[in-house]
Design a protein around this ligand. Structure first.
Ligand code: NDP
Length: 333
């Protein structure tokens, strides 16, 4: 992490790639820990929030200047002095953006031992933190009833696409929006009843015709949230997952119709995925992940090869260039 960005992160400026450091894989001292070869790293929208000045408070710590950024990934153990993990184990957890890393705390990782028929990349997308986000918060807050109408934004990404499918399973009418015609076609293919490109069709018009909505899964905030508020049914649930339209904005978008919360008796649920994990993590891995492996749950990936391209990939996710879960492929297994 090289510089706090103003607005969108700038590859080569906000983050820089430093390929100068080497590590002696055979002899480096592990000090009771284990040496991991990093295979895949996740690029998520929230990384932008961590690229901030240290004095700015948030729910997670800011990245440290001159240090590698970090995020969820999967790596394979090369050598180990820790009896809890052995060479060949594949570990899901939090990694610095490096090719090899020595870790000490085996408890901080999940051993992906009984690997179903999935690429490792899936474990940081639909079968990792973004999929957990959809699964946990849908269970916790959606309270779906037959005949309900749900609106899902950023519907082609790992969070949105999973929500579309969970909502369909519950028998709801699903309205989905995304930022390109290809993304819209994907949202339809996974079950959205009404899918539209919010860049060419006004969200407000679609919701007026297809709503009112009983559930809004908000990934974007801003003007689209405003349109959703104006088209909310009485007692609608608003699942406030993210507000990416504001992540790179210099001034916040001022929502003008918050009085709708009162008059429509809305339930507004903001959440952070990690705080719901303890409730649902076991069933997520035992029930949901096998359904992804069997092909029942669909997902898209946007694979970017090479750690040197991480800066560009971070920008892609903020700007919407990614189509599906953005993954850095650091190395092959
Ligand atoms: P995606 O892979 O869907 O990537 C983000 C997408 O957001 C882009 O591809 C783009 O798609 C869309 N987008 C970007 N800018 C705008 C804009 N100005 N207006 C509308 N859409 C925009 O991301 P994820 O599925 O990983 O995450 C989706 C959301 O979930 C994010 O807001 C994220 O912060 C949030 N999240 C929240 C968590 C929590 O604990 N609360 C945990 C994980 C994720 P398009 O082309 O369709 O515009």
């Amino acid at each position: 992490f090289n510089e706090v960005p103003e607005g969108f992160p700038v590859p080569g400026k906000t983050t820089i790639y430093d390929g100068s450091q080497t590590i002696d894989l055979e002899n480096v001292a592990l000090q009771g820990g284990f040496l991991v070869k990093v295979l895949v790293l996740s690029i998520d929208p929230y990384l932008r929030g961590r690229m901030r000045a240290p004095e700015k408070k948030s729910y997670n710590p800011p990245f440290t200047l001159s240090e590698p950024i970090g995020n969820y990934g999967v790596g394979v153990v090369i050598r180990s002095e820790n009896p809890a993990v052995k060479p060949g184990d594949h570990l899901y957890g939090f990694y610095p953006f490096v090719q090899y890393t020595i870790q000490q705390d085996a408890q901080a990782f999940r051993v992906l031992d009984d690997k179903p028929n999935l690429p490792w990349s899936a474990y940081i997308g639909v079968c990792g933190m973004p999929g957990e986000t959809s699964y946990y918060a849908w269970k916790e807050y959606a309270a779906p009833k037959k005949g309900d109408v749900v609106f899902v934004t950023a519907a082609s990404g790992p969070v949105g696409a999973t929500v579309v499918q969970l909502a369909k399973e519950d028998g709801l009418k699903v309205i989905a929006s995304a930022g390109s015609d290809e993304k819209v076609a994907f949202a339809s293919s996974i079950g959205a009843d009404v899918a539209f490109n919010y860049k060419t069709v006004p969200t407000r018009k679609v919701l007026e015709k297809e709503g009112p909505i009983n559930i809004y899964w908000d990934n974007v905030g801003g003007e689209i949230l405003e349109a959703a508020l104006d088209n909310a049914a009485k007692g609608a649930r608003f699942i406030e997952c993210g507000m990416i339209s504001g992540y790179n904005a210099q001034t916040p978008y001022g929502i003008k119709n918050v009085m709708q919360i009162v008059t429509q008796e809305l339930h507004i649920h903001g959440f952070i995925v990690g705080n719901l994990r303890h409730k649902y993590v076991d069933e997520f891995y035992s029930k949901f992940v096998p359904r992804v492996a069997s092909g029942e749950i669909k997902y898209k990936e946007y694979l970017v090869r090479g750690l040197e391209n991480a800066g560009e990939a971070i920008l892609d996710v903020q700007s919407g260039k990614n189509f599906g879960k953005c993954v850095i492929v650091v190395a092959d297994d």
